[in-house]
Design a protein around this ligand. Structure first.
Ligand SMILES: Cc1ncc(COP(=O)(O)O)c(C=O)c1O
Length: 395
């Protein structure tokens, strides 16, 4: 279609969509989705809150409100961020349509066609989907167990013009589950300072921590207002609420608000009222703490089963939080082809082949596995079947 804008060339269905459409089939064991466990949603509490909100005298819950978000919700989010080492007020917070909108708006604010976004290698596919319409170039920086390799980042910053943004998921990253160490967080801020680049810190898994210490956010190390910090209620309450937040310096926050106004006017007032009521009337920290044993158990079970059934030459990450492990296979194995020809037809198992998580120079021998969505027995059976088919393919 020749009438489309130039940016539409970068708006393409992702290669994994056809697989994800199979994930709802009850015969399939899917490690593909990154969905939180629906049994952990606070259904009874939300039921009672919505009942109240929709009773007589509460019509304002269905009215328009400010595009930055419901003031009381902004204040409640600001209080949580302050408690997490990022002192701020309601005015500093923008309520977004999930964390995903924060990615979209930040790219729109900073990226002209040809500007460079630096990402982790691999990175969150949904971020690339959000950034692509702004027509950026990408440079990806390798990671290890301490997160983004800041020496490699330094090289990239030194040798690349037009770097505008560094995108990172420092806590239990999607797709690798890795966490950036404190030393790297500090170095990242120093380098961004030196090269005058904005950091986009994306933290939807931050509170799903199963072991280890909570590290300071990158935003909390920011002394010059160059970090845009994103968070989300998707993994700590429920993704269908579509509520997240952006914390940024006033000049940036104001522009993000205007872009939000252009995009969708505001988030649904009803959901913002509901989440504000939840935060005021219930103990969300307790709710999160209650969820952790379920995910910790799933993670442990998946990693132990991989240990038992995956052959030599296959490695995987041990996430201290979040929902994912990232497996790396011998280079000769193309996981998308293996899934299409062997894993799906013979075992009915789905993973996400790693290729689309690379912003540049994709590698085909990785997969992301989520441990959150599958009952224990099926999880074990699925990982075992995968291990057997892998052994056969690699023999
Ligand atoms: C790293 C990362 N960022 C952002 C998001 C967006 O989530 P939401 O828009 O539901 O808050 C996700 C969702 O999976 C994610 O994994």
């Amino acid at each position: 279609m020749t009438r489309f804008a130039h940016r539409a060339q970068r708006v393409q269905p992702s290669a994994i969509r056809e697989f994800l459409s199979l994930a709802g089939d009850p015969r399939i064991t899917s490690f593909a989705g990154g969905y939180p466990d629906p049994r952990l949603f606070p259904m009874a509490e939300l039921h009672s809150i919505y009942d109240d909100l929709l009773s007589a005298g509460n019509a304002s819950a269905l009215q328009y409100t400010a595009s930055e978000g419901l003031p009381v919700l902004r204040a409640l989010v600001a209080a949580r961020l302050t408690a997490d080492g990022m002192p701020c007020t309601a005015e500093d917070v923008l309520i977004t349509q999930g964390g995903q909108q924060g990615l979209d708006l930040t790219a729109k604010l900073f990226i002209d066609p040809g500007d460079v976004i630096v990402t982790e290698r691999p990175t969150f596919l949904g971020a690339l989907i959000a950034f692509n319409p702004c027509e950026p170039d990408y440079r990806s920086v390798p990671m290890d167990e301490e997160g983004m390799d800041t020496s490699a980042l330094e090289e990239v910053l030194r040798h690349t013009g037009r770097v505008k943004l560094i995108y990172t998921v420092p806590d239990y990253q999607n797709p690798t589950g890795r966490t950036m160490s404190l030393a790297r967080r500090r170095r990242l801020v120093e380098l961004a300072e030196e090269h005058d680049v904005v950091i986009l810190e994306d933290t939807p898994y931050r509170e799903l921590r199963y072991e280890g210490e909570r590290l300071p956010t990158i935003k909390s190390l920011d002394t010059s207002g160059r970090v845009v910090h994103l968070g989300s209620f998707s993994k700590i309450l429920a993704p269908g609420l579509r509520l997240g937040w952006a914390l940024a310096a006033p000049e940036i926050r104001e522009k993000l608000s205007l872009l939000k106004l252009a995009a969708d006017t505001q988030n649904g007032t009803l959901n913002m009222r509901a989440v504000a009521a939840y935060l005021s009337e219930y103990d969300i920290e307790r709710h999160v703490a209650d969820m952790l044993p379920t995910y910790r158990h799933k993670r442990d079970l998946m990693l132990a089963t991989m240990e038992e059934h995956f052959s030599a030459g296959i490695t995987w990450t041990r996430a201290q939080g979040g929902l994912f492990t990232w497996a790396t296979f011998p280079q000769r194995l193309d996981i998308a082809a293996f899934q299409r020809d062997v894993l799906m037809p013979r075992a009915g198992v789905l993973v996400v082949p790693g290729t689309p998580f690379f912003a540049d120079r994709p590698e085909a021998n990785h997969a992301r596995l989520s441990f959150s969505g599958v009952p224990d027995e099926r999880l074990v059976a699925g990982v075992r079947a995968m291990g057997e088919l892998l052994a056969e393919a690699l023999a």
